[in-house]
Design a protein around this ligand. Structure first.
Ligand SMILES: *[C@@H]1O[C@H](CO)[C@@H](O)[C@H](O)[C@H]1NC(C)=O
Ligand SMILES: *[C@@H]1O[C@H](CO)[C@@H](O)[C@H](O)[C@H]1NC(C)=O
Ligand SMILES: *[C@@H]1O[C@H](CO)[C@@H](O)[C@H](O)[C@H]1NC(C)=O
Ligand SMILES: *[C@@H]1O[C@H](CO)[C@@H](O)[C@H](O)[C@H]1NC(C)=O
Length: 321
């Protein structure tokens, strides 16, 4: 025993190493994406070979939030920091870093105090929070603008449909499309309101989900507008299929963005939404082009509908006169 103490005394006397030295870290940051928060504390000159020579104390605002006593091999937690712990097995390597759940991580200055027999030292680390926006400002704008653009184009198509093909098709189905169009417009507006710039949140992702869903519903209406005006030709099928594929692209992008916490897949989602709107534009241009090339517009009718429509038309004309 005495030779050991003498050796220790000698060691501390000769090299002036009564202090434990730390790899100093001024501050650490965490974001929404960190589930556990690690506050680093590394002692560089640990000499202890047994854990019972070590004592660790973490302090925050004057109170002890976590202690580990190697002599009794026991740790103690403050009630406000129940999840706080250190990796005891790493302690002899000098690692006394404190881990805790994000929910308990209070911002501020934490003190790491390590004692090894008679040597001791402490270091202060500031814990900070960094807001990481879910999407960049540019991406936010694109995500909102293009679906709104797509819905405006739908209303353009609906306008052409009601103006050019009015007489024969102002029926319940048209009214249903009108109502559905209004509903989608409301969904997209609500989505855009919820989808505010900022970090990932349930509100944000709900908004984005609504925006993407509404563009999907738009495909059905697009199909219906075509069906009741130009009829379903192969070019229209092509337009609709491309639109469906870009919608799938957007949905895949959306689910990746939601699952990845920090979205690296924003471009996928955005290209889906942009191409979707461009195809909607193509649909409008095509419809306008075909409509203006038709001298008398003969919308496709089912055989059964024809006599009925003819009847309605003649009745309408009689009423007008
Ligand atoms: C402390 O920092 C030094 C140099 O920066 C590095 O070589 C050493 O591995 C670090 N020690 C610990 C315990 O992290
Ligand atoms: C949060 O997570 C990042 C990335 O995984 C990591 O670099 C950082 O050290 C973590 N912050 C804290 C305080 O644990
Ligand atoms: C300390 O206690 C833990 C369980 O709490 C045990 O796994 C470990 O072996 C103990 N270490 C020593 C050195 O007694
Ligand atoms: C933590 O300590 C640093 C340096 O002493 C100080 O600048 C900072 O304001 C403190 N942070 C808090 C949250 O008290």
């Amino acid at each position: 025993m005495w030779p050991l103490v003498a050796a220790l005394l000698l060691a501390s006397a000769c090299c002036g190493s009564a202090q434990l030295l730390f790899n100093k870290t001024k501050s650490v940051e965490f974001t929404f994406c960190n589930e556990t928060v690690v506050i680093p504390c590394f002692v560089t000159n640990v000499e202890a070979e047994n854990i019972n020579e070590m004592y660790v104390k973490w302090k925050f605002k004057g109170k002890d939030i976590y202690t580990f006593d190697g002599v009794v091999n026991k740790s103690g937690n403050h009630p406000d920091f129940k999840s706080a712990r250190i990796e005891v097995s790493e302690l002899l390597k000098g690692d006394a870093s404190l881990k805790m759940a994000k929910s308990e991580a209070v911002l501020g200055n934490y003190t790491c105090e390590v004692t090894e027999l008679s040597r001791e030292g402490e270091t202060i680390i500031e814990l900070k929070y960094r807001v990481v926006p879910w999407f960049s400002p540019k991406e936010n704008i694109l995500i909102v603008i293009f679906p709104i653009f797509a819905i405006l184009l739908f209303w353009g198509q609906f306008g052409i449909k009601t103006l050019k093909y009015k007489s024969s098709h102002m029926d319940e189905k048209t009214i249903a499309v009108l109502v559905a169009g209004l509903a989608i417009t409301v969904i997209i507006i609500v989505g855009a309101i919820l989808f505010v710039p900022g970090e990932y949140s349930v509100k944000n992702s709900t908004g984005l989900g609504l925006i993407v869903t509404s563009t999907g519903l738009l495909i059905l209406l697009h199909y219906y507008v075509f069906k009741t005006t130009l009829g379903i030709t192969s070019s229209i099928i092509a337009i609709l299929v491309i639109q469906l594929l870009t919608y799938v692209l957007a949905v895949v992008g959306l689910s990746l963005c939601i699952s990845a916490c920090i979205p690296m897949h924003g471009p996928l989602l955005i290209s889906g939404l942009v191409i979707f709107a461009l195809v909607q534009l193509l649909g409008l241009v095509y419809m306008k082009f075909v409509a203006s090339n038709q001298k008398t517009i003969q919308p496709p009718r089912k055989a059964v509908e024809e006599p009925l429509n003819a009847f309605k038309e003649s009745k309408g004309m009689m009423n007008d006169e």
